[in-house]
Design a protein around this ligand. Structure first.
Ligand SMILES: [Fe+2]
Length: 460
């Protein structure tokens, strides 16, 4: 065995930790590095310990490879400096085992100048970081150890960083999954809420229609047809979807203001009203708006209703608005209102043909009505003519549902009147119809009025 350049002046037994406190954390976490020197000659171990006495490391020593292996099994060793020539197990074999058990530990081998075979083995089998010839140069050895430990720290940092990135990626993945799921849940909840709101909106319209129907059934059929036409005009003018819906609802509820009138006035023809009654009747747009104002969703509908009797030339009521100052949806409802009354007047007589009704609108173009809206009616009339010419539909007995309104008397084949026209079907009615049908069948289809929902879907 070659001798070191410096003799050790300490006399500490091998296998003990020297310098300061032992670090169980290892060196990668910021504690002191734990170095293990392995040599069968105590004086070499002393020399090495002495060499690193002032360095910020903790030192372990072992006098055999076996003892060295036992130490790395229980201690967080960062670096080993091992002699090659040892009696029980040579350094190359020892360091190869170390590599096998803990490849992170940096391995440096001390060999004699002439021992080239050991140097080659050290590199090939044990994949040592460096091999150093004996006798070593103190500065070279200190520098080599320092560089090896820097390499060790770098590997540990990279590993920690990779672990951290992996953990963060997993956390991000989990967060994303959770977010996606939350977004899906929230979207579903919003969709459900929208459906509920939509159903609520339709129910509100149905409620008003029901009340108006009780006041004056003729009003409802008229309003339903005007709603179809209004929505079609709005769509043709490319108004936003929401405005189209407002036009439709405003036409349906345009005369809801008469709900507050006594029946005698609600059913009276305008030309038969005296001056006081006419003045009162002219308040219906304001009363309609005031009624709907209490329901937030219907507030914009109320604003349109307020102006559905304004005239383009400023001669209308209640605000005598003129031209573009009249909201476009109100102008649409006004045209639809008049056009349907021309086609379907409350009296059987005086019914205008489509061309006559169009001519009548043309006559009022720029006076009562917005020229652009009148023009659109001429363009779309063919498409909506069938729908607005009738608000009645035929359904089978099986299709009858609660809430439908009969447009004609419902009779059995034997001529028994089960329910008169205008009856709004309730559960008890349906049971009665089914019971009679078993005894005296109802033949053919049943005529009912389209309801608001049917109109909404037909207009889209
Ligand atoms: Fe009106």
């Amino acid at each position: 065995m070659n001798r070191p350049e410096h003799r050790d002046e300490f006399d500490e037994p091998a296998g003990k930790v020297g310098m300061n406190q032992p670090s169980e954390e290892g060196s990668g976490g910021g504690g002191k590095h734990l170095l293990l020197f392995v040599d069968d000659e105590e004086n070499i171990l002393h020399a090495l310990r002495r060499l690193f006495r002032k360095e910020p490391y903790e030192i372990l020593t072992a006098v055999s490879a076996k003892e060295g292996l036992s130490l790395i099994a229980s201690k967080p060793v960062s670096l080993i400096v091992s002699d090659h020539r040892m009696p029980e197990m040579e350094g190359t074999e020892f360091l190869a085992k170390v590599r096998e058990r803990n490849p992170d530990i940096m391995r440096i081998m001390l060999t004699g100048y002439t021992d080239m075979k050991a140097a080659v083995e050290a590199i090939n089998q044990s994949q040592v970081y460096r091999y150093i010839s004996k006798p070593w140069n103190d500065d070279d050895l200190r520098l080599t150890v320092r560089e090896a430990l820097r390499h060790y720290d770098l590997v540990q940092s990279n590993r920690n960083l990779n672990e951290l990135v992996k953990e963060q990626n997993k956390e991000l993945y989990d967060i994303n999954r959770s977010l996606e799921s939350k977004v899906r849940e929230r979207t579903k909840a919003l969709e459900m809420k929208n459906l509920e709101l939509e159903a609520g909106f339709q129910d509100m319209l149905e409620l008003f229609m029901g009340l108006m129907e009780m006041k004056n059934p003729a009003l409802v059929g008229h309003a339903r047809r005007a709603a179809v036409l209004s929505k079609a005009i709005a769509a043709h003018l490319s108004l936003p979807e929401e405005e189209q819906r407002i036009c439709e609802a405003a036409a349906l509820l345009m005369d809801s203001g008469i709900l507050g009138y006594p029946d005698s006035l609600a059913k009276k023809k305008i030309e038969e009203m005296d001056a006081v009654e006419q003045a009162l009747w002219q308040k219906h747009p304001l009363l309609g708006q005031a009624t709907l104002k209490r329901i937030k969703r219907l507030e914009p509908v109320g604003q349109i209703i307020r102006s559905h009797h304004e005239h383009y030339d400023g001669s209308g009521f209640p605000d005598r608005l003129k031209g573009e100052r009249i909201p476009l949806p109100s102008q649409i409802v006004a045209v639809s209102d008049t056009f349907d009354l021309l086609l379907n007047p409350p009296e059987a007589t005086g019914r205008a043909s489509v061309s006559e009704a169009l001519k009548a609108l043309e006559k009022e173009r720029g006076r009562r009505f917005d020229p652009a809206v009148v023009h659109v009616v001429g363009e779309i009339i063919e498409k909506v003519q069938e729908t607005i010419s009738s608000d009645e539909v035929k359904v089978s007995l099986e299709e009858l549902k609660e809430g439908m309104t009969l447009a004609r008397d419902l009779k059995t084949a034997g001529g028994i009147l089960l329910l008169p026209a205008q009856s709004r079907l309730q559960t008890a009615h349906l049971e009665k119809i089914q019971n009679f049908h078993r005894i005296d069948p109802i033949i053919g289809q049943i005529t009912i009025y389209r309801n608001v929902k049917d109109f909404n879907s037909s207009g889209r």
